[in-house]
Design a protein around this ligand. Structure first.
Ligand code: B12
Length: 481
């Protein structure tokens, strides 16, 4: 049988048990080919000897090597793998796919270490591609790909040739050692054994900072509730999980579907969702809690209604307060994400976000702050264009995009860079407990967390965002990571 090698590159901050997730992207791609081809998955995050593994995997049976990449450090690590493939097996096609190659298909295709780019969902397109490679027919006719032609990049998109598989195939978990990915994250106060599951793809909303409207073309593909609950239960049972993490972009986009999944789970295991505050307002939280919902992670983004309107969030600060109060009446842990540094955002608006975060923490003992993240203009998002007009210089190559990191503060704007960095770093400590159980005690003794939180809360309350020595130290550590 011919062989396909799929590489999942390191992401830049890969801590086993904390941020090393199942490589769902390449498992999804593998689901489309594993019935007819041997598939080897190489995950740089768990295989320290990945260079040797990859070199050994390249033999006469190998049809191509697939590489996945999100915007950011994954590109750099993916290029390392591609370089190795090019040197070891010069004629072997190197296929790139994932969010970044999809959003910047032409630029990606122009890179010498990229032969073919799969644009969008990979299951079907990649299958067509490897079938063509296997049969020796012209792969250039496969829809939804990009490649470097004679006169530049050729983008061959065909929306009619539905690349998205429906229904969503079962993932070939046997291709990886799942135990490598069982998380021990403190999802709701204590470390639990958990794995991620995605039961719907895309998002019907159109937030201007998010690339999802372009990635999914605002299509929302989902598993029926019975299937979603069945897959979650099977996962929990097979891997003896305490919790399943639903990483759907918006789990309750269809509230009825979400409620039916909850009823079928019936509290057999704990679960976590990413969702919106306005959806939570429209749900019976007590019933969801009885059915096992233990943690939610909504994106609130801003404490300013003007900014919320600018980013097309379709939510208001009043709704956030109301949903936070509703959550406070339950035992459901709520972890909030905030963003800052949007084009045109003023210092007052940033202060309103800081005040809102503190207010929500005070009003809800179950509330935590995931972080204050600086707005990064990703290709494909609506605000990318505005950032360009404000002077943001778009990266000109794959190498330049690979320098986009979690700590990247690229957007030009009205806000002080030091203040943004101060908030980004101190937000990890502001609730005094989110890092509890997640950080090794030698890095930060647990008893110190509440003291650190008190100190930063004082500074946040006074809107004093000047970087102090401890924050400079944190910044250094973050850069080193
Ligand atoms: C889990 C996750 C993570 C995990 C990592 C994933 C992992 N396996 O370890 C962690 C927490 C590390 C992470 C980090 C980040 N993430 Co993230 N993450 C996700 C999330 C929730 C799920 C991704 C996933 O597994 N999807 C499921 C798979 C099946 O879908 P997929 O990746 O799109 O793959 C399909 C296609 O893209 C294609 N494909 C993918 N790979 C390949 C490879 C080949 C060869 C082929 C042919 C096709 C192909 O086929 C697949 C099947 O159809 C998504 C949101 C979501 N629900 O999708 C965001 C998302 C991918 N993340 C995003 C962002 C912004 C980030 C961060 C920058 C956030 C931050 N500020 O820190 C960092 C980036 C890290 C870095 N520098 O690389 C963005 C993508 C932005 C972008 N331009 O790439 C998303 C879409 C969220 C959003 N709406 O903004 N993330």
């Amino acid at each position: 049988m011919s062989q396909i090698v799929l590489v999942y590159p390191a992401t830049g901050l890969d801590v086993r048990g904390l941020s090393v997730w199942l490589p769902l992207s390449v498992l999804a791609v593998a689901s489309g080919v594993a019935d007819s081809y041997d598939v080897a998955v190489i995950d740089q995050r768990v295989d320290r000897g990945w260079r040797r593994t990859l070199t050994r995997a390249l033999d006469a049976r190998t049809l191509c090597v697939g590489i996945s990449a999100m915007t950011g450090a994954q590109i750099r690590h993916g290029l390392d793998a591609a370089r190795l493939v090019r040197e070891a097996a010069p004629g072997l096609p190197i296929v790139w796919g994932g969010n970044h190659p999809t959003l910047a298909a032409a630029q990606t295709a122009e890179h010498p270490l990229v032969d073919i780019v799969v644009v969008g969902a990979g299951e079907r397109t990649f299958r067509r591609l490897v079938d063509a490679l296997q049969a020796g027919t012209d792969w250039r006719r496969v829809p939804n790909i990009a490649y470097q032609g004679e006169g530049g990049a050729v983008l061959q998109l065909d929306a009619g040739a539905a690349a998205d598989p429906d229904p969503l195939p079962e993932l070939p978990y046997h291709l990886v050692n799942v135990e490598d990915y069982v998380s021990g994250r403190a999802l709701f106060g204590r470390p639990v054994r958990s794995l991620p599951l995605i039961t719907s793809f895309g998002c019907p909303y159109a937030c201007a900072f998010c690339c999802q409207p372009v990635l999914s073309r605002r299509r929302w593909r989902r598993m029926p509730p019975e299937q979603a609950a069945r897959r979650a239960s099977a996962l929990a049972e097979r891997y003896r999980l305490d919790a399943v993490e639903f990483h759907d972009e918006e789990f309750f986009a269809d509230r009825d579907r979400g409620v039916r999944i909850a009823q079928r789970i019936g509290g057999a295991f704990s679960w976590y969702v990413q969702t919106r505050m306005d959806d939570l307002l429209g749900l019976d939280l007590a019933a969801l809690e009885r059915n096992g919902l233990r943690a939610v992670q909504p994106g609130l983004e801003s404490g300013s209604d003007r900014i919320l309107a600018l980013v097309r969030k379709q939510e208001t600060v009043a709704q956030y307060r109301a949903a936070n109060a509703a959550l406070a009446r339950t035992g459901i842990a709520a972890t909030y994400n905030f963003m800052m540094g949007f084009p045109t955002e003023t210092p007052e608006e940033l202060r309103a976000t800081v005040d809102l975060a503190l207010e929500l923490l005070d009003a809800n003992p179950n509330a935590r702050v995931a972080g204050f993240y600086a707005f990064v203009p990703y290709p494909g998002c609506e605000l990318y264009e505005l950032a360009l007009r404000q002077g943001f210089v778009a990266p000109g190559s794959l190498e330049d995009w690979s320098r986009y990191s979690r700590q990247h503060i690229a957007a030009p704007g009205l806000l002080d860079r030091d203040a943004l960095e101060f908030l980004m770093l101190t937000s990890k400590f502001i609730d005094g407990s989110r890092l509890h159980g997640s950080l090794p005690p030698y890095l930060l003794p647990r008893e110190l967390l509440p003291r650190v939180a008190r100190r930063y809360r004082g500074l946040w309350g006074r809107h004093d965002f000047r970087p102090s020595w401890d924050v400079r130290l944190l910044a250094l550590a973050a850069r080193w990571l």
